[in-house]
Design a protein around this ligand. Structure first.
Ligand SMILES: Cc1cc2nc3c(=O)[nH]c(=O)nc-3n(C[C@H](O)[C@H](O)[C@H](O)COP(=O)(O)O)c2cc1C
Length: 214
């Protein structure tokens, strides 16, 4: 059953970053990289990111979620608040977000504190979703064990019937999470594994910039 992947490697040669070339504000730097990734990724989901939380069992767990917005306060995604990740965040606000954009040989790793967004932010996003996604959010008891798929399809049929003539509103257990960064690392692959790593750390409301060894 063993498979040797020792030869799976490539030389990274697509770019460079230095402490002087990056923006003094990591959110601006993120914006630049995000748009460069968007322009380079053909049909791919540039906004997929891995959210890592520390679970109630003490183990870290990563899973993909979609970045839906970012601004000077941080990074936003939407989820079920009583899901595994929702409960993990409730108990421990410290989380990590990471992006890997292979086409540009770039990685971004964010550490931060997660908090629920305002109801208004959650409502606005919920209301902007297609009906099917809104009903999906309402019906899915995310992360709970279910007997089979029919449980979901039956619930969906009932909801479709209930909401035939009225607009669904956001349930309290679903909404936005804001991750307010305390550090952001930008990683650019370089030849011979001598990659560029530029780390921003928040210190007294200012961003300190360091280079890390690869
Ligand atoms: C491409 C992709 C995008 C996803 N986007 C989201 C998302 O924005 N929000 C979300 O709650 N789950 C999203 N998921 C599902 C999560 O990865 C995960 O299965 C789900 O949130 C339950 O995780 P949990 O049990 O750890 O809470 C996405 C999965 C993939 C593969």
């Amino acid at each position: 059953m063993s498979q040797n992947l020792h030869n799976y490697r490539r030389s990274y040669e697509k770019g460079t970053i230095t402490k002087d070339s990056v923006d003094p504000n990591p959110l601006q730097q993120f914006r630049t990289w995000f748009y460069e990734a968007k322009d380079s990724i053909d049909g791919g989901e540039v906004n997929t990111m891995t959210l890592t939380t520390i679970g109630l069992d003490g183990f870290p767990k990563g899973r993909v979620v979609l970045l839906k917005e970012y601004d000077e306060y941080g990074f936003y995604f939407f989820t079920n608040y009583v899901s595994d990740k929702g409960k993990a965040i409730e108990a421990n606000e410290k989380v990590s977000l990471s992006f890997f954009w292979p086409v540009l040989e770039r990685q971004v790793i964010i550490k931060g504190r997660a908090s629920k967004t305002s109801k208004k932010v959650s409502d606005n996003y919920f209301d902007s979703r297609p009906l099917g996604s809104r009903l999906g959010a309402i019906l899915s008891d995310q992360s709970s064990v279910i007997a089979n798929r029919e449980v979901l399809t039956e619930k969906l049929e009932t909801l479709e019937e209930n909401y035939k003539y009225k607009t669904p509103t956001r349930p309290d257990y679903w909404g936005g999470i804001l991750v307010s960064p305390i550090s952001i690392e930008f990683w650019q692959g370089r030849p011979n594994r001598l990659h560029d790593r530029i780390l921003y750390t928040l210190e007294d409301y200012d961003w300190k910039i360091d280079r890390l060894a690869p």
